[in-house]
Write a protein of this length. Sequence first.
Length: 284
Amino acid sequence: MIEKGAGSEADLAFLDLEDAVAPAERPAARANIARAFRELDWWGKRRAFRINETRSPDCHRDLIEVISGAQGLVDLVIVPKVDAPDDVVFVDRLLAQLEGRLGLDVGSIDIEAQIETAAGLANCEAIAAASPRFEALVFGPGDFAASLRMPVGAIGVANEWDAAYPGHRLHYALSRILVAARANGLRAIDGPYADFRDPAGLRRSCEIARALGYDGKWCIHPAQIEIVNEVFSPSEAELAAARAVVEAYDAALASGRGAARMEGTMIDAASLRMARRTLGLDRQ
């Protein structure tokens, strides 16, 4: 499974020490992750793993044993159930100690934080600003629903309660996490869709997150990767429209105007920023 993840079409394949691993199996899993980082070809992907939450007795062992065992070959640590900035500060400081011990540049290992509790959402703005190591905030819909006592079934999958509510039940959480991430220059990643046999439902879930402005979505099965990559990548039509906006605006500037009209629509500096963002996504 690790080899398949490393060689998949996903942008990132992380190895888990939290929910996917029984507590008694974690010591063996740490050694296995370290060996995978040392020995496998990751095909250009960053070497990433998810630790246990900072309140867990396993958290510090996860960091120490994997990073030491991988001999410095760790690029990214994913921290689950982040409730407050202190959770991030703890991980940041322990990483700095490990980097110093291994002769690595301090700050070379990045962090992504999962916002998946009521406390985490209430503090997400402060969390997003808690460390210069941060790359992204990740929404965790399953644990978030449990934290709020929200009636749900499979993680991320709509059920009868969604029909009872006049709107998207997770809209507030998704929007607030997105704003906190963008205000601090971070990516925003949506959580998984548990039913890997429901491609239509997965696509709909991806489209909702993309419509808000999210950068991507976690997958729990290789069969989901193609749809997620498709939805979160700009289409040829979007790219063509963005190029046309840039060309029209450049032509307006060359003629001394600060705005242009294209097919009946006004184009100004804000239009240009949106178009350049679309074209920038294509180059990532």
